[in-house]
Design a protein around this ligand. Structure first.
Ligand code: NAD
Length: 369
């Protein structure tokens, strides 16, 4: 049986708590003979600053580079709020994304029927929702230069961030979106602001060309990013694959996140380019952060983290059947009424992180019988 090299980076806050539940699921998959994993562990974020003075060591980066997939919990927290900007906890995650070339961020927003009432929107608007947001992750305004604050002659300040995209950057993210759409409903919406931004003009032009040249079977729609935000809360099920840049993707994916009920439910994947051997670098992580307000109290929902493992099984290891089983175990667990505090709603008695992990594992075991 092929053995897959998996690097676990639990990170800070609730990261280690939710990662512990992933380790239990991995053990069940191994026991069942569905897959064999070579597991390594390392530090990222605040815990790495405490141990090594930097949020990601070169050794940890080399391990990440050598792994078939990386699973990351979360980084950051108030303890490290005062550290220098260059070595802040989040810089460890940004370095992983940048140095491994993880340019495509996939964020599914799925509303489980059992949780439709946990959404901020009405049940009929969100029940059965299944959107895949494809966000460009290594370009745009978060990385563009110049990026600075300068002091003007009158003593006031001027801040500059630069929104910049090249043809190649837009082409590769467009391919990811269209390829995914082929495996889904065959529809892509591309969001930008070509009405006021030059980067939006180029984005629209390149996406249109890639579509025309390679994906005539896919339906493409262009939508202005601000209208897209409105449409996501007005009629979210109109979207299937939604491709957008780094900044708009950051915002729109958080809007989509709340449609599903809780940040604790949402996994994500960040993928690099396909290499000559057909594999690609990949990092999987929950959308949520380190949740310092609930860390260390067995309150965190581990489903986003377990769902991130399911994405790794599907996208990095080609283990679609195992991924289906893990996702079905999550659906079964929710349908049976298990709820952590974030998704409990009125009247339900919440269970803890460990109990939720055990409930998912029990569902998985019964599907494996
Ligand atoms: P957060 O996602 O950590 O928490 C937001 C709210 O959602 C909190 O009330 C939290 O308790 C709740 N929540 C989050 N995950 C949950 C889960 N699994 N189960 C139940 N409830 C959950 O965002 P924040 O509070 O803005 O940020 C906290 C820290 O995390 C900051 O240092 C921030 O920089 C960092 N952060 C890291 C990442 C990452 O590692 N990718 C992402 C976002 C924020």
């Amino acid at each position: 049986m092929t053995s897959y090299k998996l690097l676990l980076l639990p990170g800070d806050g609730i990261g280690p708590e939710v990662m512990a539940q992933v380790e239990v699921v991995l053990a069940v998959l191994s026991e069942a003979g569905l897959a064999k994993f070579e597991i390594e562990r390392d530090l990222v974020g605040g815990c790495a600053i405490d141990a090594h003075g930097v949020p990601l060591t070169d050794a940890a980066l080399a391990r990440a580079d050598a792994a078939d997939a990386i699973l990351l919990g979360a980084v950051g927290g108030p303890k490290w709020a005062g550290v220098r900007y260059e070595i802040r906890a989040e810089a460890g995650l940004l370095r992983l994304r940048k140095d491994l070339g993880l340019f495509a961020n996939l964020r599914p927003a799925i509303c489980y029927p059992a949780l439709a009432d946990a959404s901020a929107l009405k049940r009929d608007l969100v029940e059965g929702l299944d959107i895949m947001i494809v966000r460009e992750l290594t370009g745009g305004v978060y990385f563009g230069e110049p990026k600075e604050i300068t002091v003007l002659p009158d003593g006031s300040k001027r801040a500059v961030d630069t929104q910049v995209y090249t043809t190649a950057e837009i082409e590769r993210i467009a391919h990811v979106a269209f390829d995914l759409a082929r495996k889904r409903s065959g529809r892509v919406a591309s969001a930008e602001k070509h009405n006021v931004m030059k980067s939006g003009v180029l984005w629209k032009e390149v996406v249109t060309r890639v579509h025309g040249e390679h994906y005539p079977d896919i339906a493409l729609e262009h939508v202005l990013a601000d209208n897209c935000a409105m449409q996501l809360v007005r009629k979210p099920k109109q979207f299937d694959v939604l491709v957008t840049d780094n900044l708009f993707g950051d915002v729109l994916s958080d809007v989509a996140a709340m449609l599903t009920g809780s940040l604790g439910m949402l996994p994500s994947a960040s993928l690099g380019a396909v290499d000559a051997k057909g594999s690609r670098k990949a990092l999987y992580e929950p959308v949520h952060g380190s949740a310092p307000d609930i860390a260390g109290r067995d309150l965190a929902n581990p489903i986003a983290m377990i769902g991130s493992l399911a994405m790794a099984l599907r996208y990095s290891f080609g283990l679609g059947e195992a991924a289906d089983l893990v996702e079905a175990a999550i659906t079964d667990t929710l349908a049976a009424g298990a709820r952590t505090g974030d998704i409990a709603g009125a009247g339900a008695k919440p269970i803890g992180t460990t109990a939720m992990g055990e409930a998912v594992t029990a569902s998985l075991r019964s599907r494996l019988r």
